[in-house]
Each structure stands twice: as C-alpha cells, then as structure tokens.
Ligand binder design. Structure first.
Ligand SMILES: *Cc1c(COP(=O)(O)O)cnc(C)c1O
Length: 508
C-alpha cells in the first residue's frame, strides 16, 4: 500500500488513501501527497492504449496501491467512465494539424473537465466511508458544502447526486456565474442536494462558506441533529487529482497506438491553469514514466503563475484579481501548487515556511536549487483577453475546430512555444459553455462588446457561424429541465447556516 504524507510535515506517519480522501486536507493545513509515485514501463503504457478508458483508469489506480480491492476499483471506474460520457473514448485525443493534438476533456455530463474527477471522486468517497464505518468509525453521513464560481459546483452536484450517506449543498455568487452554468446547477436532479444563490461576488460567497466551515458550534449541531459531518469537494482533495493523472497516461498511449508518436519519444503538454490541479496531474503522469518533456503552464491576465515560473517568486501582495474571458482560471492563489513545491523540495518544513510567508506577506521566494528543479519540467506563459478571443477565431478559420476561451489560452501558448515534438493541448471545456466570448472571437468583436443577454440565443448564433461544431445534446437538456432551486441567501455565515438548517429539517 502507498500511504499519504502531508506537504507541511505535520503527520507523524503516512495515512491510507481512504483516510486522505475522507479528510480532504491534512492536519496543520497541508495537502496529502503519495509517499512515493509508482512507475509504469513504456510497454505497460503502450498496452493501456488497447484497453477501454475505464480499464486504463483502473490500472493506474491499482498502481497507486489504494486500500480498495481490485473489484471495488473496477466497479468504480466502470460506473465513473461509461454512458455518462458522450464519447466512447471518454477523453479522446484529436489530431489537428502538424504535430498538434487536442485532449478533449469535456465529453462528460457537465461539459467541462471537472467531470473527469467528479464522476469518480464521490465513488471513492462512498467506498472510503463504508470502510471507515466497517472499522467502527464514529460519526455519521457527510454534508459536502461547496462554494463555486462555475464548473466545480456543476460537476460536484452531478457527481454527488443521489450518492448514499452524502448530501451536497452548492453556493454560487448570484451575479457571478454564466447563465448556462447557473441553469445547469438550478435544474440538477437528485434527492440529496440543494443550491443557493449567495448575494455578492465569488469572494463573498467563498468567505461565507469558509465561515461555516470554521463554526464549531454549527458543526456540533449538524452532527447531533442530523448525523452529518461537513466536508468539501474542492480540488485539493487527492481523490480529485488521481483521476486526472489517468488521462495524461491515456493520451500518450493513444498517440502511440494511433501511430502519431513512436513509443518512448517525448511530447510537450500545454495546460490552461487556474488552481494548478490539472497541470499537477500531468506532472505526476510524467513522474510515473509518461514521456512528457515540457509542461507548459498557460495562464490568463491573472498571470501570477507565469511570473512565478519565470523568476521563482510568488507574489500576490500588490495584485488584484481581474475578470477575464476564461473565468475558471481567474485565481490568484493556486492551491495545488503546494504539492508541486513539496515534490520539488521534498521538505515539508520548507513548504510550511513558504506557505506561512504567503499568508503573512503575500509572497514567497524559492531558493535556486528548488527553482531550477521546477524549471526542468515547467514553463509558464500567459495570454491577454484580446489575444484569447482572436485565437478562437483564428483556430476556427485554420482548422474548422471551435474552442472555448480556456482552450484558446492554452492554444496560443502552445503556438508560441511549439517545437518539433507532438504538442498535446488540453481542452478543459466545451465551447457551448461560453457562447458569448466564443461569438466575439468568431466574429472579431472586442472583449466586452455587448451582445444579447440570452446565452441560449447566442448559442444558436454561434451555431450558424460554425455549423460543423454542433452544441452537444446536454445543452438542450439544460434548457428544458425544470428549475428546482431559486433560493437567494445573504452573503454571511448566519444566513447561510439558517438556509442549511431549513433545508436539512425539510429534507430529513
Ligand atoms: C477548473 C478549470 C480550469 C482550471 O483548472 P485547474 O485544475 O484549477 O488548474 C480551467 N478551465 C476550465 C474550463 C475549468 O473548469
């Protein structure tokens, strides 16, 4: 079994996978990381390319020696990666021009790559919970509480819907998500879930949720009255990361089996990055033996990561978050970076110092040894809004391939740094989730140019401009499903707790 240690050296000894999943965050505030990374040989990777995706995933999970049986793992991946995806290959690689490939991670039920993790992680969670109960763990069921600026909430609701022993409540900022994302959330079927529109912006929403997590009296009340413990499904949970490693191994195997890349030759990978989860999974895939040369970290105008990878200084002291056309990457503190810092330094006390510096002064600085180690694997760059939208238009004209604004950021960075190697560009969302900016990009309108407010109408217009890239059927379901959740909540702890109390007493 491979145990989990924490990035800030607080745990006295490694804990098993299932405990890392249930806890989410380590005591002391650090993140769980595997005590060692398993290796795959090249021929093992090639062999994966002949298996269906669910078996590729099961094989990668087995290599991590989870404390779950082979049968449990197979049952999980069969259920996570099946007919819930609109493409039989789950995460297909599409060849587009010379040595350029798109890894399409948006064939899941909510049309964004968060599904790759969140169709699977709740199943890990259920197994871990069963196991803990079997071992006489006290306590009860879980209430997963999520603050979202969009894709995470949608995918978490879908993944946790009707899971046993779990309830989920998602809070989104009332004015801060797209119409389509809002619609996806407020129409989500399932008996164990609810959705609140929190007044204010994402920061207000997130602070209210954090305050609920920090309220021990409320935690006690939940446990006594409803038998519930609070948990979060955010991207720092290792259960969300491990499913993401699979698609990088899988993509390389596909390139080999399809004859695009001789076995063992390296590829470059370009990932549009926000919280650093997706690119971190690529880093682990590389550590497992996948021949990845460079990891290109593509950012938008919130380019703190690009600066960090250029100079070794992470500095948000004088930065303000700016709104961009790629909202899922509008992030200043990339939580999962902490795991990379640990892997590069192998020193939890150092990581703790950097994280303390960040909290106290808004910046930290790597020493040259760790920085040069990071630079061996990673290169950062960033793209402004105007270029992002231009890229959507340009790629469509050149390749008849319609991309969303997040993919466009990565595409442009990949173009700037392309070499004579296959380049895998990660496409994290279907264009139909962001019809306004796709429309601007296609028709050459500048960022912010006013368009009709009705996103479904815009979808139709994009469709007329690019009829060869149809919107998926899921979009029409979203449009026609009945609205279930309309409750608005003020952006403070008391109001949110009251709303949760009311919901729980009605639903139990
Ligand atoms: C979540 C998300 C991202 C950012 O991914 P990280 O793992 O947080 O770096 C990028 N694009 C889309 C569409 C997303 O949903």
């Amino acid at each position: 079994m491979i145990g989990y240690v924490d990035t800030r050296a607080a745990l006295p000894k490694p804990v098993p996978f299932s405990e890392a999943i249930l806890k989410g965050i380590a005591p002391g505030g650090g993140l769980f990381v595997p005590e060692r990374v398993p290796r795959l040989t090249l021929s093992e990777i090639e062999a994966l390319g002949r298996l269906p995706y669910r078996e590729r995933a099961a094989e990668v999970f087995r290599r991590f020696e989870l404390d779950l049986s082979d049968d449990q793992i197979s049952a999980i991946t069969r259920r996570a990666y099946g007919a819930n995806f609109a493409h039989p290959d789950i995460a297909p690689v599409r060849a587009l021009g010379r040595k350029r490939f798109s890894l399409e991670l948006w064939h899941g039920p909510t049309l964004a790559f968060k599904d790759m993790a969140l169709q699977c992680m709740p199943l890990f969670f259920s197994e871990a919970l069963e196991k803990a109960r079997g071992q006489g763990r006290p306590g009860g069921d879980f209430l997963v509480l999520v603050a979202t600026s969009g894709d995470t909430g949608v995918a978490a609701l879908n993944g946790f819907a009707d899971r046993p022993h779990t309830k989920i409540a998602v809070c989104y900022p009332s004015g801060g998500v797209s119409v389509i994302q809002q619609r996806q959330m407020i129409t989500q079927p399932g008996d164990n879930l609810t959705v609140f529109a929190v007044e204010g912006d994402f920061d207000a929403c997130q602070s209210a949720v954090k305050a609920v997590f920090g309220d021990e009296e409320f935690a006690q009340e939940l446990l006594v009255r409803h038998g519930l413990e609070l948990s979060s499904a955010n991207s720092i949970n290792w259960g969300r990361l491990i499913p993401q490693i699979v698609y990088y191994v899988s993509a390389y195997a596909d390139l080999v089996v399809q004859g695009h890349c001789p076995l063992g030759d390296p590829i470059d990978v370009c990932v549009p990055t926000g919280n650093f989860g997706n690119i971190l999974a690529a880093y682990y895939a590389k550590r497992m033996g996948t021949p990845i040369a460079r990891l290109l970290c593509a950012a938008n105008a919130n380019n703190v990561l690009a600066d960090f990878l250029a100079g070794g200084v992470y500095d948000i002291a004088d930065r303000r978050l700016v709104k961009t056309a790629s909202p899922s990457m509008d992030i200043l503190i990339s939580s999962n970076l902490e795991r990379l810092l640990y892997e590069a330094s192998e020193d939890g006390r150092l990581v703790r110092r950097w994280m303390d510096d960040l909290k106290n002064t808004g910046r930290f600085e790597l020493d040259t040894t760790v920085f040069s180690r990071l630079r061996q694997d990673l290169l950062g760059d960033w793209v402004d809004n105007e270029t992002c939208l231009e890229t959507i238009g340009r790629v469509y004209r050149e390749l008849r391939y319609l991309i969303d604004p997040h993919t466009a950021v990565a595409w442009e960075v990949a173009d700037r740094h392309a070499r004579d190697l296959p380049m895998l560009v990660v496409s994290p969302a279907h264009w139909a989730k962001f019809p306004a900016d796709v429309m601007r990009g296609l028709s050459g309108l500048p960022p912010g140019h006013p368009l009709p407010a009705d996103e479904f109408e815009l979808l139709g217009e994009v469709q007329r401009l690019a009829p060869d890239n149809p919107a998926p059927p899921a979009v029409h379901d979203i449009r026609t499903r009945p609205v279930r959740f309309t409750e608005r909540v003020a952006g403070d702890r008391e109001s949110l707790e009251r709303a949760l109390r009311d919901w729980l007493s009605q639903s139990s």
